[in-house]
Design a protein around this ligand. Sequence first.
Ligand code: NAD
Length: 263
Amino acid sequence: MDFMLEGRVAAVAAASKGLGKGVARELAAEGAKVAICSRSLERISLAAREISDATGAEVLPVAADVSTRAGCDAFIAQTIERFGRLDILVTNAGGPPTGAVDSFSDEQWQAALDLNLLSTIRLIYAALPHIRQSDQGRIIAITSISAKQPLPNLTLSNTTRAGVLGFIKSLANELGHTGVTFNAVLPGWTRTERVEELVNSLAEAQNRTPEEVIAGITASIPARRMGEVEEFAAVVAFLASGRASYLNGVALQIDGGRSQSLL
Ligand code: NAD
């Protein structure tokens, strides 16, 4: 299947490692020019070099903090400055801290809203005027399965990510007529560095081996394993493709069947 991504321009936020980097690499491998950002210029430049060496694609690294309005605006502005157009935006950010449901301060709520809800809104607002000019406009928000099925100890994630789904659905409803599509992807357990660190720290705290921790996690996943970054990135690349032109307003979990939501 031709994904019709050759020559398209994509901006992928929070992409020096993990899911964002995997998505950027997949889009680059399909022929897109890609802008990527993270807070550290050194780390994002390394990732850009790695992706362009592997795929031959043009990759622009940008240092930008997506938890701020200025960072979101700068990322999109530099993408337009370099490539002159934008077809695809993939929003992403780091995850918020864990904690008991009644333990968070006002400052922690504000930081989580900035990082996981307002970053999505601000990136989309900055990108939309450019993406509306494309004949293959695609906006894809990376959230979490916690948006459909709240997870214990993850109240900040459960709450902010559900807000992202409301925003994406509103955009799909009100701007679907423009031809731009708006969708959300909800990763379940996917093997990134962040997840490996989390498994190691759980193992230490619970006096178990990392393998035992992973076995406990995967027991609740029908696929009985964690996902790989490449499996996640392939679905996002399809949503970004010219072939996904009638897919609008979905919240698609990529989780090996873990989420028990029927919708
Ligand atoms: P990761 O820690 O491996 O990568 C996060 C990326 O975001 C890094 O490149 C980091 O530099 C960048 N980043 C963090 N804060 C940023 C900021 N303020 N501005 C710009 N860049 C920033 O994480 P990941 O596993 O790839 O997860 C990505 C997102 O998906 C997170 O929000 C995470 O909570 C969510 N998620 C991940 C999984 C999973 O299993 N991997 C599951 C559900 C949800």
